[in-house]
Design a protein around this ligand. Structure first.
Ligand code: PHE
Length: 444
């Protein structure tokens, strides 16, 4: 079985794929408004501390498990851990379905907005009017679902191509395009007169806004943004050969991911301030405020199309990485065909997306614990399932899997020097920190 396992064609390809997974809607849509609402630079500092404190260690751990076992998450935990541990892999697959069910909805909106932008239908500087356009679009029972079907189809098509010829090939084209578009947009935004006020709002620390919830938001953002806790990095690691230097790869991916998140804010906030719009618009910042910003700007239609294309690319390279672990599970463990598995898994994800989309319209009144279906899935995945998956992975690699350090040591001097610290983080800092933050936010 494993003899025929596909591998990445190059180191660059693997890094682009892992960075593609990390850089997503989380960076461009969620990070800027979460930072804006949580005290700007204060949130950024807490976030950075968490990425350095345990994000990189956990990303390394996940990739190491995959690389050593050369298997999907369920198989990897079975081979290395035995009894009980495959449950972590199954939980990860379940998390993947939950995430994709809402991810493809937002991704579908971005596809729709490329079209609305290009056809001039968003050409107004009145946020009220744009709010209505957005509200009636997301509440529509058909259009957003059709766009999410299109997006799911694209994702499935790439994953069906396999590792080197599908996932890697597309990431190698899409990620560099994403960086170029991002830099063009950041340069445009920062050179607008009055934009500096946005930079100040975004980066100036305001510690009075920091509460227990800020830490919870930060931890959820670390997991979601770095794609930790559901087996994505584990699966991508399983397509690596033994000589890849994992801590360096994890550090590179974390730097790219954090860099893009910070740049996303520097792309959005200065433009919002330059034209006098409200920076605290929350999730609507992207789909309501930004079109008004583009309409105020010379050549704004073009920048708008570029922006929503950027978001769609980021979403696509992430969605691929959420689908792949489930596919690799069926291919490894049940000798299923990749094509058939991709089609079936995508149809299931699409079906699960329908209630998420309808919760903005038809079923908006139906809530559980005050949350509609979309928010509930989002909350479950980000605030509970991913941190829990990360916690269990840390415990597994730190305490249960005896060969962890030996496997890491195979990779040369740097890992050797950092190995004790890495183990310390996995054994104590990460599990206790994650538990403490989750409990104090949920019950505090
Ligand atoms: N990291 C992606 C983002 O920021 C989302 C993601 C989560 C991808 C979990 C894979 C696994 O949008």
């Amino acid at each position: 079985m494993s003899a025929a396992r596909e591998h990445w064609g190059s180191r660059f390809g693997f890094i682009m794929a892992a960075a593609g997974s990390a850089v997503g809607i989380g960076n461009i849509w969620r990070f800027p408004y979460t930072t804006g609402n949580n005290g700007g630079g204060a949130f950024l500092l807490i976030y950075l501390a968490m990425v350095l404190g345990f994000g990189i260690a956990l990303a390394t751990a996940e990739m190491l498990v995959g690389r050593s076992a050369q298997r999907n998450p369920v198989g990897a935990f079975r081979i290395l851990g035995g009894k009980g541990w495959p449950l972590v892999g199954y939980a990860g697959a379940l998390t993947g379905f939950v995430i994709l069910s809402f991810y493809i909805i937002v991704a579908g909106w971005t596809l729709a907005y490329i079209w609305l932008m290009a056809s001039g239908q968003l050409h107004t500087t009145d946020p009220e009017q744009l709010n209505q356009v957005f509200g009636s679009f997301v509440a529509d029972p058909v259009r957003p679902i059709a766009y999410s079907a299109l997006f799911m189809g694209l994702t499935a098509w790439i994953v069906a191509g396999g590792i080197a010829h599908g996932i890697e090939r597309w990431n190698k084209v899409l990620m560099p395009s994403l960086f170029i578009i991002l830099l063009v947009l950041v340069a445009r935004s920062l050179t607008l007169p009055g934009g500096m006020a946005g930079v100040e709002f975004y980066l100036k620390p305001d510690f009075s806004k920091v509460t227990a919830h800020t830490f919870y938001d930060a931890i959820a953002q670390v997991f979601f943004s770095l794609s930790i806790g559901m087996g994505t990095l584990l699966t991508y690691g399983s397509y690596l050969s033994k000589n890849e230097h994992l801590p360096k790869a994890a550090l590179t991916v974390a730097m790219i991911d954090t860099g893009v998140a910070v740049l996303a804010g520097l792309m959005i906030m200065p433009a919002v301030f330059a034209f006098g719009f409200n920076p605290s618009a929350g999730p609507g910042l992207t789909f309501v405020t930004l079109p008004a910003v583009f309409a105020s700007m010379p050549g704004g239609d073009l920048f708008g199309v570029l922006f929503f294309s950027l978001l769609a690319i980021a979403a696509l390279t992430s969605a691929i990485s959420i689908l792949e672990p489930m596919v690799s599970y069926f291919v490894d463990e049940h000798a299923a065909s990749r094509h058939k598995t991709v089609i079936i898994a995508s149809l299931v994800c699409f079906a699960l997306g329908i209630p998420a989309s309808l919760s903005f319209g038809l079923t908006a009144g139906f809530t559980i614990a005050g949350k509609n279906w979309f928010d509930l899935m989002d909350f479950l995945a980000n605030n509970i399932m991913l941190p829990l998956g990360g916690l269990l992975t840390a415990i597994f690699v730190g305490w249960v899997w005896k060969d962890a350090v030996k496997e890491l040591r195979n990779q040369g001097a740097l890992s050797l020097r950092w190995a004790p610290l890495w183990l310390l983080v996995l054994r104590f800092l990460a599990p206790l920190g994650i538990l403490w933050i989750m409990l104090s936010a949920l019950f505090g």
